[in-house]
Structures are given as structure tokens and as C-alpha cells.
Design a protein around this ligand. Structure first.
Ligand SMILES: [Cu+2]
Length: 117
């Protein structure tokens, strides 16, 4: 039989490697990851509060006609997106559970919250 032959073992190892690397075998965690959209319009983040799971991504989209905004996390050394002009977006993937409050850089009254479970 070929069972113990070197070329077959090598082929099986290669097959296993390829299977492992293919997206179908990336695992349930990866498949479950999602992107949640937050709209910026009328000087508000909507929804203002978002609950996600670790590994999920939040995507902010500016839907204003002419006003630019940003997404600023004061608790993280002022981590801030670039200024988002109308129809521009910015996204961030949250890998650690926690509560992340943020606001708009230029408009302090605009606030939002991301809860990562
Ligand atoms: Cu703003």
C-alpha cells in the first residue's frame, strides 16, 4: 500500500496546511465577527451606544452635507480619527472587552459609547 509512503504523507500534510489556511477553516470566531455602522448626522452619533463583541469593528460614516467630524477617545491618550468630511468613514476594530466612551474632536457635545463584551 501507499499509506506509509513519503510522497503520500507529504501530500496529506500539504492538504492539511492548505485547509487550515483557507477561510472556510478560519473558525467560528472569525466568521461571527461583524462590522457595525454608526452614522454621523445632525451633530449626533447614531446609534449613540453600540454593543459589540471583542473582535468586532465599528465603522463611523459622516452623513452630513457639509460638516466634518472626528471620533476621539479621550481615555486612550486622545486617540482620534482623522477629520471625516461628508461621506468619509473611519473604522476601528475592538479586540479587548471594555467600555469605550468617545466624542467628536471639534464638537465636544457629540458623545458616543462602545461597549465591547
Ligand atoms: Cu463633530
Amino acid at each position: 500500500m501507499f499509506t506509509g509512503s513519503y510522497p503520500l504523507k507529504r501530500a496529506l500534510a500539504l492538504l492539511a496546511l492548505v485547509s487550515f489556511m483557507s477561510p472556510a477553516f478560519a473558525g467560528d470566531d472569525a466568521v461571527a465577527r461583524q462590522t457595525v455602522e454608526v452614522t454621523i448626522q445632525d451633530y449626533r452619533f447614531s446609534p449613540a451606544e453600540v454593543r459589540i463583541k471583542a473582535g468586532d469593528t465599528v465603522k463611523w460614516i459622516n452623513r452630513e452635507k457639509r460638516t466634518s467630524h472626528s471620533v476621539l477617545f479621550p481615555a486612550e491618550n486622545g486617540l482620534e480619527s482623522e477629520r471625516l468630511f461628508p461621506d468619509e468613514h473611519w473604522q476601528r476594530t475592538f479586540t479587548k472587552p471594555g467600555t469605550y466612551s468617545y466624542r467628536c474632536g471639534p464638537h465636544e457635545e457629540m458623545k458616543g459609547l462602545i461597549v465591547v463584551e
